[in-house]
Design a protein around this ligand. Structure first.
Ligand SMILES: O=C(O)c1cc(C(=O)O)c2c(n1)C(=O)C(=O)c1cc(C(=O)O)[nH]c1-2
Ligand SMILES: [Ca+2]
Length: 697
């Protein structure tokens, strides 16, 4: 056979030897017919090669594989083309994203991958450009700016999709205040073909189309001043049977519906799946999963297409496990809700009314008068980590999360350009001891590999993981399911019962979904290993070693590459003494830290190690605190200044809080080891009791 041409027909045909598009084929089932690696021999699977990327932040990409070449994206939207057999770098393209823009990404400087079409490799950049490269050489063919980033701080982290000569791309930014949309571009020229906004603008300026006019009736107040949200930051799926394009629409901006749309309304098309005509972007139908979304419950999660029997009838359906914790079966011919059942612990809604298609909310879901503990958290019961489906078992595999979050309305909402604008406090109740805090986090948020039966709408089995934020999935005809885990293990399970058959330690948390393909008839598995993303940044985990470079790992039967090198111990600088013991100042510092710093530098000032841990920086950082934090002298390294939103007094309060945490950490490290051991045992019991109590929330 000659070289593979990637186009609508070949993506539909879905050859087992290649991995031609993000979700493998247009159904995005992430199932491979390859069975050389199978339940009987997977114990012989070993590393064939590894490739270090240039950075150590989170990796989320699904590589596209064409005739033995891997095309993938790393941090800062850098594209790599690698020989799939040897791991040799064929070319690299760096779009030179300004590091200052990293701050506009809510959830790390990540990218979920490229699209391939007729000799081109197309990808989005963090600063909202769409670029097409020559697949053979990595030379740029065209580049367009997909968003006016001077109006709203847009970012792109998602992989584009291609069909019928068009590239489809959305963007992110609904934590900051943007107006979401998806656009189509000509794959040969980069010329814009159409754009569909997901939320209406100010009605006084007129409507782009009837869908916007209809949507505007479901909003109140002056939402356009805040953008409204509804970003299409992940799932965009072309249905080659029905010739429709489905987009998963994100959360409201700000999160708090009461701030955004004070007199109520469903706020279409937030948290909805919307079907569009791929040729012109015309609205076809929608189904809103979370009306008046108020918890960052995006519907952007993986949209999987399937055919299934429902009530004795063959139906074309969408399977969807969005953040809100319910597994949806939706008729994809018209958007009718067929079924919705909880796949995780949920307390914001009791069930869905199938007559109306609407959730029945619980009385405390809306945190109107006081703070409420809500399940799932803003992290979702499932996030961007891809699911997989095996026709052998009939099961959908979900990288599931069980978690809760305390939602509390901000007192006086103030919209600040380029900052997180949630209308909800991000800080949670403080736990005085860092050991207890870490133990509690692991008790109240958990991750699992969940095998879900979409026909019975119930769990078939579940394998708990050690940590919360685990990787996307791959199912194969070898009877296997592959997954990377937050603790660094790459794992293979039996697809029928979840028995663990194989594991490999990657020395860093793994989030990206694996792919499989052949080169010269031999089957390979590739997965990207690099810790970060939303939870990977926010939930700092104390670790003694520095994070390694984020890597591409490729496995084959009998692979013989050396094990990965151990990482160097982390250098810890002793902090200067505290600068304040005034409880009011420390409280203010904590609250400001959570508003402006924690999304990158981590909860309780514990970072993930790839972003500087502010407790362990050299004295020069503390001596130049205002120059860095207010004036932005380190902006070229990604640390922008905050003088537009913080006063010197406020910066002092943040500094005081950081030094408080740094000195608590120093004192803890100075404690004798037997005392720490006793305390840890005691806290384990406390955490277990509190964790158990929390399961009743
Ligand atoms: O509302 C948005 O525009 C938006 C964008 C993104 C993104 O682009 O990565 C995420 C989210 N929201 C989000 O809510 C979320 O949980 C999330 C996790 C991640 C990640 O890469 O780990 N991105 C995003
Ligand atoms: Ca969001």
């Amino acid at each position: 056979a000659g070289p593979t041409v990637v186009n609508t027909e070949s993506i539909s045909a879905n050859s087992a030897d290649n991995w031609l598009s993000y979700g493998k084929d247009y159904k995005e089932q992430r199932y491979s017919e390859l069975d050389q690696i199978n339940v009987d021999n997977v114990s012989d699977l070993n590393l064939a090669w590894s490739f270090d990327t240039d950075f150590n932040r989170g990796l989320e990409a699904t590589p596209v594989v064409i005739d033995g070449v891997l095309y993938l994206t790393g941090n800062w939207s850098v594209v790599y083309a690698l020989d799939a057999k040897s791991g040799k770098l064929l070319w690299k393209y760096d779009p030179k994203v300004p590091r200052e823009w990293g701050k506009m990404a809510c959830c790390d400087v990540v990218n979920r991958g490229v699209a391939a079409y007729e000799g081109k490799i197309i990808f989005g950049t963090l600063d909202a450009r769409l670029i097409a490269l020559d697949a053979a050489t990595g030379e740029r063919i065209w580049e367009v700016l997909t968003a006016d980033t001077s109006v709203y701080p847009y970012t792109i982290t998602g992989a584009p999709r291609v069909a019928k000569g068009k590239v489809f791309i959305g963007n992110g930014g609904a934590e900051y205040g943007v107006r979401g949309y998806v656009s189509a571009y000509d794959v040969n020229t980069g010329e814009q073909q159409w754009r569909f906004y997901t939320v209406p603008a100010n009605p006084a300026d007129g409507f782009e189309n009837q869908a916007m006019e209809a949507a505007a009736k479901t909003w109140t107040g002056e939402w356009w001043n805040y953008g409204g949200g509804g970003t299409v930051w992940d799932a965009i799926v072309y249905d080659d049977e029905l010739d429709q394009l489905y987009i998963g629409v994100g959360n409201g901006s700000p999160w708090n519906a009461k701030v955004r749309s004070p007199d109520g309304g469903d706020n279409l098309y937030l948290s909805s799946i919307v079907a569009l005509n791929p040729d012109n972007g015309d609205y076809l139908w929608h189904y809103q999963e979370t009306p008046a979304e108020s918890w960052d419950y995006t519907a952007t999660q993986h949209i999987m297409l399937a055919d299934m029997a429902f009530d004795g009838q063959e139906r074309k359906v969408i399977w969807h496990a969005p953040k809100n914790g319910f597994f949806f079966v939706i008729d994809r011919t018209n958007g009718e809700l067929l079924s919705a059942e909880p796949y995780s612990d949920v307390n914001w809604a009791s069930h869905y009314d199938l007559e109306t298609g609407r959730p029945v909310e619980t009385k405390n879901a809306r945190y109107l008068t006081k703070a409420q503990m809500i399940r799932p958290s803003s992290m979702g019961a499932h996030n961007w980590q891809a699911m997989a489906y095996s026709p052998q078992t009939g099961l959908v595999y979900i990288p599931a999360i069980n978690s809760l979050f305390e939602y509390k309305s901000v007192k006086n909402y103030l919209h600040e350009w380029g900052q997180w604008n949630l209308g909800v406090y991000t800080q949670q109740q403080s736990v005085s001891d860092p050991i207890l805090a870490q133990l509690l986090t692991s008790k109240i948020t958990q991750g699992a590999l969940l095998a879900w039966d979409p026909v019975k709408q119930e769990a078939a089995w579940e394998v708990p993981h050690k940590l919360t934020w685990n990787g996307g999935l791959l199912a194969t005809a070898g009877g296997l399911v592959f997954q990377g885990a937050a603790d660094g293990d790459v794992l293979a399970f039996r697809a029928d019962n979840g028995e663990k058959l194989w594991s490999f330690n990657a020395n860093t948390g793994v989030m990206a979904p694996p792919v499989t393909y052949t080169v010269n008839g031999e089957q390979y598995i590739t997965i990207l290993a690099g810790w970060g993303g939303a939870f990977g940044l926010i939930a700092g985990l104390e670790r003694e070693v520095a994070p390694p470079p984020s890597r591409v790992l490729t496995f084959k039967l009998g692979g013989s590459a050396l094990a990965l090198p151990a990482n160097p111990l982390k250098k810890i600088h002793e902090p200067p003494v505290r600068i304040s013991s005034d409880q009011n100042i420390l409280e203010e510092g904590r609250s400001l830290y959570y508003a402006y710093c924690s999304a990158c530098h981590g909860t309780e000032v514990i970072s993930n190690g790839a972003i500087p841990d502010l407790r362990h920086l050299p004295t020069a950082f503390h001596d130049n605190f205002n120059a860095i934090v207010l004036d932005g002298v380190m902006k070229k390294a990604g640390m922008v200044g905050f003088s537009d939103v913080l006063t010197e007094e406020q910066a002092f309060a943040i500094h005081a809080y950081i030094l408080e945490q740094a000195n608590i950490d120093r004192e803890r490290r100075a404690q004798s080891s037997w005392w720490v051991a006793i305390k840890t045992w005691f806290f384990k019991i406390v955490a277990a009791v509190l964790g158990f109590a929390m399961t009743f929330v």
